[in-house]
Design a protein around this ligand. Structure first.
Ligand code: BT5
Length: 337
């Protein structure tokens, strides 16, 4: 792991530059005087200028207007904890955000942090992963600077057998974020793929550490192809893949996307904890590619076929064949027939 930068959305004292960014954002591009900034932040005008220069060195475009003040022009599209947390109003998700330039896998790093008692809602983000993980030992392509690779630590007080429901929570959150930020209509393919026009734009890898009836932590691993160009995809992917850039034709702000995703996840997780799986299952089904379709599911050396009639409380796919009761399928790869 390379050097990490960390700060949080809630709780504790916010770093001064984070509060300064929030003030600039509130002003929405109009001029704010050094005196006003100094008073709001409780520092001298010289200190204000020093912190403005620090922000500029990090890629923020801020205009300095002699004897008038400062005007915020734009933020860099880099995934730093400062940029992600300023203005993030969440209850749990993003209470602490750690961004690293490179790591083997954000899920592994999140597990390590969880073992050293990191709080629920801690988010780990990497610019690139050297050993990004898919399911069943598969690899997740993670080129630097273009996508989102993140893992979120949850500590729900519930029975471990319910944990697969959290994959549905994260799938719906990713779908909502794509819709909101890129105005595209994603579909969810059971269990963990998000598709645009039939091509995979995001994958989820949720892992858990638990005992018989207690969850220590669940790590929600989320990989989203945001600005990855078609030339960056390897030829030998199992299924066609895409990115928001490819589908939309213009690049998408990774910072906006990530903040929107964390906010959506926060709301959905809260709803899940308070009201259970019902509403999330409904939204998942309405966004699903498989509901009502005939599919083949392969797992290990076996496979099964049927028409999808829903998902049950364990997140199992319910496959109907003839007149018998639906068959439950807990894991596997789905092909729509
Ligand atoms: C997944 O596995 O879709 C889960 C991917 C989860 C990645 C995130 S990134 C942050 C966090 N940290 C990690 O280490 N992992 C998580 P699966 O359904 O098994 O799909 C893997 C297959 O998708 C591979 O075998 C490839 O064929 C294909 N693939 C690999 N990279 C891809 C990419 N960037 N976009 C689309 N498809 C890809």
């Amino acid at each position: 792991m390379k050097e990490a930068d960390t700060c949080g959305a809630s709780g504790g004292k916010q770093p001064l530059e984070q509060r300064m960014l929030e003030l600039f954002r509130d002003k929405k591009g109009s001029v704010i005087s050094g005196e006003e900034l100094g008073a709001a932040l409780n520092v001298s005008r010289t200190a204000v200028w020093k912190h403005v220069k620090n922000l500029m060195a990090q890629g923020y475009q801020i205009e300095s207007l002699p004897s008038r003040g400062y005007r915020f022009l734009s933020a860099p599209d880099v995934l730093t904890s400062l940029e992600l947390t300023s203005g993030l109003r969440t209850k749990r998700i993003g209470c602490l955000i750690t961004c690293v330039p490179e790591t083997e896998s954000t899920n592994l790093l999140a597990f390590r942090l969880a073992e050293s008692s990191a709080r629920e809602g801690t988010v780990v983000i990497a610019e690139t992963q050297t050993g990004g993980k898919g399911r069943l030992g598969r690899h997740w392509e993670s080129p630097p600077g273009v996508n989102l690779y993140c893992s979120i630590i949850l500590r729900p007080a519930m029975q471990p057998f319910r944990a697969p429901q959290l994959t549905f929570v994260s799938a719906v959150a990713v779908a909502r974020a794509i819709e909101q930020v890129a105005q595209l209509q994603p579909k969810i393919k059971w269990p963990n793929d998000i598709l645009l026009n039939g091509r995979k734009v995001a994958g989820l890898l949720n892992e858990m550490s638990a005992e018989t009836d207690t969850i220590h932590c669940v790590i929600l691993g989320i990989g989203v192809n945001i600005n990855m160009g078609s030339e960056q995809f390897p030829q030998d992917l199992r299924h066609p893949a895409t990115s928001l850039l490819i589908e939309k034709g213009v690049s998408v702000s990774r910072v906006d996307f990530t903040r929107t995703l964390l906010t959506a996840l926060d709301m959905l997780y809260d709803d899940y904890l308070c009201n259970g799986f019902g509403a999330i299952r409904q939204e998942w089904l309405s966004r699903s590619t498989v509901q009502g379709r005939r599919v083949r599911v392969s797992f290990g050396k076996g496979e099964t076929e049927g028409v999808v009639v829903g998902v049950d409380d364990d997140g199992a796919l319910l496959l109907k064949r003839g007149n018998s009761a639906p068959e439950r399928v807990l894991a596997g790869d789905v092909t729509i027939m």
